[in-house]
Design a protein around this ligand. Sequence first.
Ligand SMILES: Nc1ncnc2c1ncn2[C@@H]1O[C@H](COP(=O)(O)OP(=O)(O)OP(=O)(O)O)[C@@H](O)[C@H]1O
Ligand SMILES: [Mg+2]
Length: 311
Amino acid sequence: MPAISFQHVVKTYGAVKALDDVSFNIEQGEFFGLLGPNGAGKTTLISILAGLARASGGTVRVLGHDVVTDYAQARRSLGIVPQELVFDPFFTVREALRIQGGYFGVRTDARANDAWIDELLANLGLADKADANMRQLSGGMKRRVLVAQALVHRPPVIVLDEPTAGVDVELRQTLWQFIARLNREGHTVLLTTHYLEEAEALCGRIAMLKQGRVVALDRTSALLAGTASTMLRFKMDAALPSQLAAQSRVTGRIVQITAHDAHEVETILGVLRNAGCQPEDLEIGRADLEDVFLEIMNGPPRAMHAMGVAA
Ligand SMILES: Nc1ncnc2c1ncn2[C@@H]1O[C@H](COP(=O)(O)OP(=O)(O)OP(=O)(O)O)[C@@H](O)[C@H]1O
Ligand SMILES: [Mg+2]
């Protein structure tokens, strides 16, 4: 039985098709990445999974439980860290976690869950904030509390919608260590993030959404292997010759150009030389997930049968 099953999921908002026939399964124990640009439909898919929005068509199951007809069981199986910061300003951090546990039937009176709550607080760097009011916390700390709230009932399936947005470097590392540990212990993880190096490091498989459709789905290693494999990176003050524009990404002074092989690297360097460009700090390395992502999002549609998507 899959941990999460999306079958022909459609969601329309008026004329907008936020999800357009999305079908894939996430197996138990996977660390799965859901990537896509702003507005691709990631949060919409997670909202339907969480029962916060109703699909216009299709079915979604969590460990076999339909999210509509078997809502309570499906919801209890999930721990969801929402993208938007929502919190009740009147409670302390510990109270908020106890109450959240109570929603899912974890006994609060006997404080039976307190050892786990303490472990969550320690692992998320919140131990000294346990008695602080939610409204006294910084944005990044509120996000940590949302993560703790999602985990308080020890859900088998953990869903994180951009959990590291606005979170500092140190917590990102501790958060990922903690989530990776839970994944090793058997929890299934579904992650959306715009930090593609996080997805590359953590996710065994990745689906990419574009305008509500799955445009790529494969093992992370296969996605990385199946693209332009070489990347030139350098700094330059002058404008890039126009014939290189299509395969380049320019961020300020930093230029990155994809190449498929050594011959293409020579050709690119030749074009730069002939245009009188002077690249500084030139590096030639392997393409990363960000390069793959941009190639898929900007490129023509790929044949889905080659990507392991079940019909
Ligand atoms: N409640 C709503 N009413 C109308 N349109 C909506 C609503 N929620 C989402 N949409 C639209 O659905 C599409 C998908 O939005 P969604 O929030 O799922 O994107 P996303 O992939 O999570 O993007 P981001 O990376 O910015 O979080 C967008 O076009 C958005 O405008
Ligand atoms: Mg979103």
